[in-house]
Design a protein around this ligand. Structure first.
Ligand code: C5P
Length: 233
């Protein structure tokens, strides 16, 4: 059962793929000593778990069942890199591939799957607070977040960043294919009927196209300053 705890502060960072949310959310959480929720990983894990059972095209109910009963563990390795375990198998590399992003965006369009993951996501809200990154953190999962940020960047810039990220990992993909993929995913995420990608009414917009990671992080920490009172026990 999910126990909602509105007193625990949440910073919601939403935006399209490649806007830098993941990196920024990790930095903000670490600077403030807060927990981190990478909600995209939950959609990716659902897709991976389903694919592993040959059930990617199963009914929404079956996929929702898989989402609800995910056996996931997050850890940090010696280099400070996040490691993700599905049924005790390290799936960190598999999780970040474009293929798992595509599969995730398909299962994420199913209302039953989103509903199943709602409680899973809310359970990450633990003292002293949470930084949650995704598409609908500020609109749907944590509508009472103390600070909501909608992080954007131009599609070309996002494709360039993803390209560099993948190249650094030794993964060879064409920039054109990545741009197409990003645009397709943006469209699917913005046009779906449940929890489409859009800024919450009270979100602050931040365009990171011409900003460094440090500059974006500093801006958010500055906004968070007067909203977060971190109580250390
Ligand atoms: O953020 P990331 O690229 O890991 O997310 C993968 C996919 O999961 C997104 O393209 C989107 O379709 C879906 N997603 C979502 N809602 C979230 C986080 C991710 O629909 N809160």
């Amino acid at each position: 059962m999910t126990i909602e705890n509105p007193e625990i502060p949440v910073i919601a960072i939403d935006g399209p793929s490649g806007s830098g949310k993941g990196t920024i959310a990790r930095r903000v959480a670490s600077a403030l000593g807060l927990h981190l929720l990478d909600s995209g990983a939950l959609y990716r894990l659902t897709a991976l778990a389903a694919a592993g059972q040959g059930k990617l095209d199963a009914s929404p109910e079956i996929l929702a069942g898989i989402a609800e009963s995910l056996n996931v563990r997050f850890s940090t390795d010696r280099q400070g890199e996040e490691q993700v375990w599905l049924n005790d198998v390290n799936v960190s590399d598999q999780l970040r591939t474009e293929e798992s992003g595509r599969m995730a965006s398909r299962v994420a369009a199913l209302p039953a799957v989103r509903k199943a993951l709602l409680g899973v996501q809310k359970d990450f809200r633990k003292a002293p607070g949470l930084v949650a990154d995704g598409r609908d953190m500020g609109t749907t999962v944590f509508p009472d977040a103390v600070l909501k940020i909608f992080l954007t960047a131009g599609a070309a810039e996002r494709a360039k960043r993803r390209h560099k990220q993948l190249n650094d990992k030794g993964i060879d993909v064409s920039l054109a294919a990545l741009s197409r993929d990003i645009e397709d995913r943006d469209r699917r995420d913005s046009e779906r009927s449940v929890a489409p990608l859009r800024p919450a009414e009270d979100a602050r917009l931040l365009d990171s196209s011409n900003l460094t990671i440090d500059e974006v992080t500093r801006t958010i920490l500055d906004w968070a300053k007067d909203r977060i009172i971190v109580k250390r026990i």
